[in-house]
Design a protein around this ligand. Structure first.
Ligand code: SAM
Ligand code: DTB
Length: 315
């Protein structure tokens, strides 16, 4: 049974902002401590040279974005970065590799060792590696992976305008494999790619209707990348980010809703409005995967000034 239809979510999305935020706060307070924000740090473990043609992505082989490709980092390098993130206050360490799917063999064994090491620090570990098969999902679960990120990114209808090298059903199949393996799902998307408001609501309906629905829902505003087809997209209006976050909060009240890429372009006030609208997680640290992020000291200051505190591990 579908939990939400697109018209229902559209009606919520378009409410006057005070009504929308009131509903989002009610949903938020039923499931979460209202003044806590989870701090997640990101690291690109293997950068660039990706076979996929996602129109937003700096790491695709299909576009000349001037990005330097890198080898896969070693376990010790990743652990050192995780320790630094933990010392700065992060409780979840999220790691990404460029590529359609992870290669089995030695490279995969390294990823498993990385998961064990990050978990050994007492941090939550998240990976985003592209499409998984059942065996890979089972091995990641066995290594103790906390959560797997694989964004649906937009609506089924708009997906073909953004990506041609894999399908929406491929994305959903990986999400099913991850859940079946007993790993929690992190899945969200990007706004500002030229999609309609109905596309945004359709994406949230897809996520809310997953069984089980995602533990984490990252909402990214497009970071326009020179050389990609979306390089000239106008910036996302911060109030559109607020509406998207509030609608995600109402549709998935128990999820972590993460104010993700594009945060560095938001004012302090816009970020606080996103927290009031139900965001309770951020990417924290100077870098996202390949682009910049808000700086750590200003983030601590922002949380302090807003009376928010970092969530403890496991919350
Ligand atoms: N290759 C993997 C995959 O296919 O999911 C994982 C890496 S990909 C970089 C992870 C997510 O980052 C994407 O699904 C997308 O939501 C987000 N992302 C990538 N480039 C972005 C950009 N320029 N602006 C906003 N979000 C972006
Ligand atoms: C997510 O939804 N956003 C993160 C993470 N999951 C992997 C990545 C954002 C990437 C922004 C562009 C870059 O830095 O390369």
């Amino acid at each position: 049974m579908a939990k939400y239809s697109v018209p229902e979510l559209r009606a919520i999305h378009d409410l006057p902002i005070p009504d929308l935020i009131h509903r989002a706060q009610q949903a938020h307070r039923q499931h979460h401590l209202p003044n806590e924000v989870q701090l997640c740090s990101l690291l690109s473990v293997k950068t660039g040279g990706c076979s996929e043609d996602c129109a937003y992505c700096p790491q695709s082989n299909h576009y000349d974005t001037g990005l330097q490709r890198s080898r896969t980092l070693e376990v010790a390098e990743v652990v050192a970065a995780a320790r630094r993130a933990q010392a700065a206050g992060a409780t979840r360490f999220c790691m990404g590799t460029a590529g359609r799917n992870p290669q089995s063999g030695e490279a995969f064994a390294t990823l498993l060792a990385i998961v064990r090491a990050v978990r050994g620090l007492g941090m939550e570990a998240c990976l985003t590696l592209g499409m998984l098969d059942d065996e890979q999902a089972a091995r990641l679960a066995e290594a103790g992976l906390t959560i797997y990120n694989h964004n649906v990114n937009t609506s089924r209808e708009f997906y073909g305008k953004i990506v041609t090298t894999h399908s929406y059903d491929d994305r959903l199949a990986t999400l099913r494999r991850v859940s079946r393996a007993g790993i929690k799902v992190c899945s969200g998307g990007i706004i500002g790619m030229g999609e309609s408001i109905d596309d945004r609501c359709a994406m949230l309906a897809t996520l809310a209707n997953l069984e089980p629905s995602p533990e984490s829902v990252p909402i990214n505003a497009l970071v326009p990348i020179k050389g990609t087809p979306l390089a000239e997209r106008p910036p996302v209006d911060p109030l559109e980010m607020v509406r998207m976050i509030a609608t995600a909060r109402i549709a998935m009240p128990a999820a972590r809703v993460r104010l993700s890429a594009g945060r560095a372009a938001l004012s302090r006030e816009a970020q606080v409005l996103c927290f009031v609208a139900g965001a309770n997680s951020i990417f924290f640290g100077e870098k996202l995967l390949t682009t910049g992020n808000a700086d750590v000291d200003s983030d601590h200051e922002l949380l302090r000034d807003a009376g928010l505190r970092p969530a403890p591990p496991g919350h």
